[in-house]
Design a binder for this molecule. Structure first.
Ligand code: FRU
Length: 501
């Protein structure tokens, strides 16, 4: 018995340690993740008949990149997703090679311009994707579905657009009513060029123009999209060209956008050589907007892949799943003294339908305030006046010796998200990092909204004027939240924390 006891203790200790930090602790609750395996870019996002479709880059056979196919999930409210079987799997070619289904989009061909559907059928779905043959070719191909994306047929004359290149990908197609044509935006990644094509039938494509060789060229260009976007407080719209590419901090990835005009042929940016980022965090990439949204959406809506190719393959989520998707975000443009800027709002269930856990008003903080809420799944809104404080810090996912720090420096007017002490950071040398972005106070106030979900943080500042999205991997899970002021008093005007279901 004396010998067995220490062994038993050791065993119990090991089990406890493992249990404390088991990979499933990182599984987000209200962000979509595939039940198992690797995911990257969202694809084919389209609305039809009460359902939002999220197709995505998926490896059906493992939790590393490979065998790229289109996974599929649907949602009625953009918040709860149901996983459906793989929509478009990788397939074998006659010569023994395989064609992977790389990123792309889906449209509803309600006028049957493609001729793929029965006469009068208005609900035909067409997917336009990159057909990728490893080391050999990338071209654009199409497939169609008459049963709401459940089963698909590939067009027998694929590819529909082939330049004979190895890198030519990620078609994104919209309907352009003024000319009654489909417009495709697609990139030559290594050349930093986006091309625009038009088609009347989704099968025959004619080059309209090119745009590129400007903006962020620190990384290749991928996953473009061209969207007509409303300008807040006006009846105007402008065109936004989004491109996944480099990050403000060298050799990470992010998305950039250009604001301009599109006349059915050419995209003209409002300013030359201006570099603007969609999200300043390291983990928001390859987002594309939904097609065919109902009128009830006044603004376009996008979803992004949460990850950064720098370390995407190594995030410590365990053996089952790897990678996830952002909450759906609606976006618009706002007039600022620097020009038009993107603003984003997450779409998550109206607050009334959620359980409010905490609400604090007009509270002065001098030193450290321990927020009376614990948890790792929440939606927090904070409006604070730094007043005499030089720095105010909101620590979340806080436990003994670890926290993710969201800091506001009143002197530099910089908001930062610091994950250097957030928990597991050593799985990759490039993971541990701090983001910094300029966020001027408004009437002396900073307003932030933080969507926290186990391992995902989506931070929005000043009503969506800035966004920062990041993975974090806490290890101790006490889930404390504290707010500290340094150098003087700060005043919380409102702080609310809602649990999200
Ligand atoms: C972007 C990307 C796309 C490509 C896909 C392959 O993350 O590299 O350009 O189509 O992933 O999975």
């Amino acid at each position: 018995m004396k010998k067995i006891a220490p062994c038993l203790l050791f065993l119990l200790f090991s089990v406890a340690c493992f249990a404390q930090n088991k990979p499933q602790d990182y599984r987000p609750q209200y962000h979509y993740t595939a039940p198992k395996n690797w995911v990257n870019d969202p694809n084919g996002m389209v609305y039809l008949d009460g359902e939002y479709h999220l197709f995505y880059q998926y490896n059906p056979f493992g939790n590393v990149w490979g065998h790229m196919s289109w996974g599929h999930a649907v949602s009625k409210d953009l918040q709860k997703w149901e996983t459906l079987p793989v929509a478009l799997p990788e397939f074998d070619n006659a010569d023994g090679t395989q064609t992977m289904i790389f990123s792309g989009c889906a449209v509803i061909d309600s006028m049957n311009t493609s001729g793929f559907f029965e006469k009068g059928f208005t609900k035909g779905m067409v997917a336009i994707f990159t057909s990728h043959i490893e080391g050999k070719a990338q071209h654009q191909s199409i497939a169609y579905s008459a049963d709401k994306g459940r089963t698909w047929k590939r067009y027998d004359k694929n590819p529909v657009l082939d330049l004979g290149m190895k890198d030519f990908r990620d078609p994104n197609v919209i309907w352009y009513p003024e000319k009654q044509v489909w417009i495709m935006t697609v990139v030559k990644p290594l050349e930093y060029i986006a091309q625009f094509y038009e088609s009347k039938d989704l099968k025959n494509w004619t080059l309209l123009s090119e745009f590129g060789k400007q903006g962020d060229m620190t990384k290749i260009w991928e996953c473009p999209s061209l969207t007509k976007v409303p300008v807040e407080g006006t009846n105007e719209t402008k065109w936004v060209l989004m491109i996944s590419s480099g990050h403000r901090q060298k050799n990470y990835l992010a998305m950039q956008y250009f604001v301009g005009d599109f006349d059915g042929k050419t995209f003209t940016p409002q300013k030359q050589n201006e570099i603007l980022y969609v999200d300043e965090g390291k983990d928001f990439y390859a987002a594309i907007p939904f097609n065919n949204l109902p009128k009830s959406h006044a603004k376009p809506v996008m979803i992004g892949w949460i990850n950064d190719w720098e370390y995407a393959r190594e995030i410590p989520t365990g053996d089952t799943w790897r990678g996830g998707f952002s909450v759906a975000r609606e976006f618009s443009l706002k007039k600022t003294t620097d020009g038009l800027r993107l603003v984003q709002q997450p779409i998550i269930q109206p607050k009334s339908a959620q359980k409010e856990a905490l609400s604090v008003k007009n509270k002065v903080v001098n030193g450290t305030y321990e927020v009376p809420f614990k948890g790792e799944v929440f939606d927090l809104t904070l409006e604070i006046q730094p007043q005499q404080a030089k720095v105010v810090t909101l620590n979340v996912f806080q436990s003994q010796g670890e926290a993710t720090a969201i800091r506001y420096d009143a002197n530099t007017q910089e908001l930062s998200l610091d994950r250097t002490r957030s928990g597991q950071v050593n799985f990759h040398p490039r993971f541990s990092s701090v983001e910094r972005v300029k966020v001027p106070l408004k009437d002396g106030k900073l307003k932030i909204r933080l969507l926290a979900d186990k391992s995902i943080l989506e931070l929005f500042a000043q009503d969506g004027e800035q966004a920062l999205t990041e993975w974090v991997f806490p290890t101790k899970h006490e889930g404390r939240i504290t707010l500290t002021s340094e150098g003087g008093k700060a005043k919380i005007t409102t702080l609310s924390v809602y649990t999200v279901h």
